[in-house]
Design a protein around this ligand. Structure first.
Ligand code: UDH
Ligand code: NGS
Length: 285
């Protein structure tokens, strides 16, 4: 009788955890590109919890995820990407909270600093196991592309439409990257020195490798994305110094990054779809 009780309990516990791979996955997806309003999205996903948390009913996921969007003036992209990510992550049975880290004017856009800020601010809210740093214009096209963290940092955005669904160069580490809390702390996050477009993602890979991690990637078919077409942003001109800064990536790693990012939080809103954090980034431009 005791044995029966023990094995019974075992079953109850085992069935509480979500399976490694959800039975709801569809594989390849066509990608939803149409504009959608915030109100329509809220209607489509009433089950979301304040602050933008989605989690499965009926089982407990192994990891709690924070998706961090670096953001300025991309309202339509944000909602298009959420219209894709919400069903995608729901099918993956993820426990996920979305953070929009908005850089207020006038400083030049600084993607690396915004990702550091997203990490630090999310840490103040809850204990997340896995951080997915996600450009706001990238739509995943296969739901076998599991948004999870593992023993090494993962580059998710391997194959994008704009590069004919191939990796543009072997060291490309942009778009969407995922890391555990410990991995991000170990590499000291992103550099804050890349003011304007370019280089911060290459710097990140130097940091990852310098701490003896390898970069995990799914295959091209699994890790494919559409980039939403858009015009050039204002306030994010290519940084003419990016290649020079990149040369000192590993020398700077310990003394510049997550441990030195300077910013002020201007506002925090716990919305239905996301936690929105508006910040001013103190940079040298
Ligand atoms: N982003 C914003 N607003 C901006 C700029 C960037 O929200 O004004 C965010 C957004 O999440 C975007 C990410 O930062 O997806 C990366 O921006 P990006 O300009 O590096 O990359 P994106 O893929 O465009 O959007 C590529 C344009 C290439 C410009 C080439 C310059 N030589
Ligand atoms: C490289 C940039 C990266 C950028 C990548 C892809 O040249 O930051 O192109 O560009 N590195 C440097 O400039 C040093 S993109 O597809 O965004 O146009 O991510």
């Amino acid at each position: 009788e005791i044995l029966g009780l023990v094995s019974g309990l075992g079953q109850v516990n085992a069935s509480k955890f979500c399976p490694e791979k959800s039975a709801s996955l569809l594989g390849p997806l066509s990608g939803l590109h149409d504009d959608i309003s915030k109100e329509e999205l809220i209607k489509l996903f009433p089950e979301m919890e304040k602050g933008g948390r989605l989690r499965p009913k009926g089982c407990v996921p192994g990891q709690r995820l924070a998706v961090i969007f670096p953001y300025r003036n991309r309202h339509s992209h944000l909602h298009i990407v959420l219209n894709n990510l919400l069903p995608f992550l729901s099918r993956q049975q993820a426990d996920v909270t979305f953070f929009v880290i908005e850089q207020n004017p006038p400083s030049t856009f600084n993607r690396g600093a915004l990702l550091n800020i997203g990490f630090l601010e999310a840490e103040k809210m809850a204990r997340f196991d896995c951080f997915i740093f996600h450009d706001v214009d990238l739509i995943p096209l296969n739901d076998n592309n599991l948004y999870r963290c593992g023993p090494n940092p993962r580059h998710f955005a391997v194959a994008m439409n704009k590069y004919n669904f191939t990796l543009p160069y072997s060291g490309y580490c942009g778009g969407v990257v995922g890391m555990t809390r410990d991995q991000y702390l170990t590499i000291n996050g992103n550099s804050n020195l890349y003011v304007g477009w370019g280089g911060e993602d290459d710097d990140l890979l130097f940091r990852i490798k310098h701490k003896q991690f390898s970069l995990a990637r799914y295959d091209l078919k699994t890790a494919s994305y559409d980039m939403i077409k858009h015009k050039r942003d204002q306030g994010n001109d290519a940084n003419p110094l990016r290649k020079i800064i990149l040369k000192s990536a590993t020398k700077r790693q310990a003394i510049e990054g997550l441990n030195t990012v300077k910013y002020q939080v201007n506002n925090i809103t716990f919305d239905h779809l996301y936690t929105w954090i508006a910040v001013s980034v103190n940079t040298t431009d």
